[in-house]
Design a protein around this ligand. Structure first.
Ligand SMILES: Cc1cc2nc3c(=O)[nH]c(=O)nc-3n(C[C@H](O)[C@H](O)[C@H](O)COP(=O)(O)O)c2cc1C
Length: 191
């Protein structure tokens, strides 16, 4: 069975983003072996001088190197992350920093960097409090994920979002969640 890594960067018990992701992951679970990486409380360190020094000396914690290798070998990646401070939670950025490893997720030659990942499709699921659409200049999560996908060689990026969640009635929120789930399930058909 092909392998899918689900990076769960949702941070609230009642997360709307996770409510959208859950049925989509359940559907994909019929075709993929799912590995979930939950970032809430995972405690990945911000990369600073100590870690860079260790890397320069050829040391990366085996647990991180192994996880990075599993990401590089995954056939599909799904990311669920709420829209925070016009982007995604820093826990996700810090996770990417720790997983972005030379010779594992990307490599370089004399002239350029290139991705080493097997994945050919990424699905990014989010909900936003404000009425900000995917691709809006105020929306700085998708451009980053797209750029990292390019660095790692992850292939096509699909985005499912629900917007204006903090200014919608409970009924409207439910409708938006249902619509996003149905869009996600549509994407699943060819994902
Ligand atoms: C720490 C924090 C920062 C947020 N920053 C933004 C923001 O910059 N723009 C925005 O539209 N919504 C922002 N929101 C609102 C969330 O995007 C919105 O409530 C979303 O639906 C939360 O997703 P969740 O239910 O999966 O946690 C923020 C919420 C939190 C808790």
């Amino acid at each position: 069975m092909d392998r899918l890594i689900f990076i769960d960067a949702t941070m609230r018990e009642e997360s709307r983003t996770r409510r959208i992701a859950r049925p989509i992951i359940a559907e994909l679970g019929k075709r993929y072996a799912i590995e979930t990486i939950s970032l809430d409380g995972a405690g990945f360190p911000a990369v600073g001088s100590k870690i860079l020094h260790e890397r320069d000396n050829g040391y990366v914690p085996e647990e991180y190197a192994e996880m990075s290798r599993r990401i590089a070998a995954a056939d599909r990646i799904v990311i669920a992350a709420p829209f925070w401070d016009m982007s995604f939670p820093s826990a996700l950025k810090v996770f990417f920093e720790n997983m972005s490893l030379f010779h594992i997720t990307f490599d370089s030659d004399d002239t350029h960097c290139y991705g080493l990942c097997r994945c050919s499709k990424v699905l990014y699921i989010t909900t936003r409090g404000m009425n900000i659409h995917t691709g809006d200049e105020l929306e700085q999560a998708t451009p980053y994920i797209r750029a990292l996908s390019r660095l790692w060689g992850l292939g096509d990026l699909y985005v499912v979002s629900a917007e204006n969640m903090d200014y919608s009635s409970p009924e409207e929120i439910e409708k938006k969640i249902d619509k996003a789930v149905s869009e996600g399930l549509d994407i699943c058909r060819s994902f």
